[in-house]
Design a protein around this ligand. Structure first.
Ligand code: MLT
Length: 201
């Protein structure tokens, strides 16, 4: 997968897996990583699917309606890529925290839904429920930060609450940060993620 890897000054810290939103690229979240954890290594990946020229991590049939078969396929593809990248760059595969926004948060959520130990933790900005009706792996103790907007037209607040419940039922330690905005990524939610990361790295 197209990506950027940058080794950080603190090689014992987690590696941040950066996953952009629809229409983004692997450079989008670099400033965000620099804000929340400037000394960490980063692996920033570009989604392999194109929707009218816009990169995404998996196909959708309509706004908010995911192509489940592709979601499962692309989640495995990313999961395999993380293994390859860890070997190639020599970072600890078991010490990786995802930071995703929107479509990137959804593929990060899908990693958690489909694979045990895929991520040590996750920061999900404006995620949706990636899939319904499947048993989740044991996520005991996995720290997950979710930020959501009470007026998010793409991700209604019930969906955030549903995701929180599904992850919590699987054992994850979920913190939800609410803002009274829409789908946009705000400076204050990034600050909240930074504070959370300090306590949950
Ligand atoms: C998705 O398709 O993953 C969500 O609708 C969010 C987005 O617009 O990327």
């Amino acid at each position: 997968m197209k990506h950027i890897y940058k080794q950080g000054a603190d090689t014992s810290a987690p590696t941040l897996l950066l996953l952009h939103g629809t229409g983004g690229t692997e450079t989008d979240l670099l400033p965000l990583a620099n804000l929340i954890a400037p000394s960490y290594s980063i692996l920033s990946v570009r989604g392999n699917v194109l929707e009218n020229g816009m990169p995404r991590f998996f196909r959708r049939l309509a706004e908010g309606v995911f192509d489940e078969e592709d979601l499962v396929f692309r989640t495995k593809e990313l999961h395999d890529f993380l293994e390859e990248a860890a070997q190639r760059y020599g970072f600890n595969r078991n010490n990786m925290i995802a930071v995703g926004y929107s479509n990137g948060a959804n593929i990060a959520g899908s990693l958690l839904f489909h694979y045990q130990n895929a991520l040590k933790g996750a920061i999900l900005h404006h995620p949706m429920v990636p899939r319904r009706g499947i048993p989740l792996p044991d996520l005991a103790g996995t720290p997950v930060f979710i930020s959501a907007g009470t007026n998010d037209p793409i991700c209604p607040s019930q969906e955030t609450t549903e995701l929180e419940a599904l992850l919590t039922d699987a054992g994850a330690n979920v913190h939800v940060h609410w803002e009274s905005f829409g789908h946009q990524l705000t400076r204050s939610e990034v600050e909240a993620a930074k504070t959370w990361l300090q306590k949950n790295k």
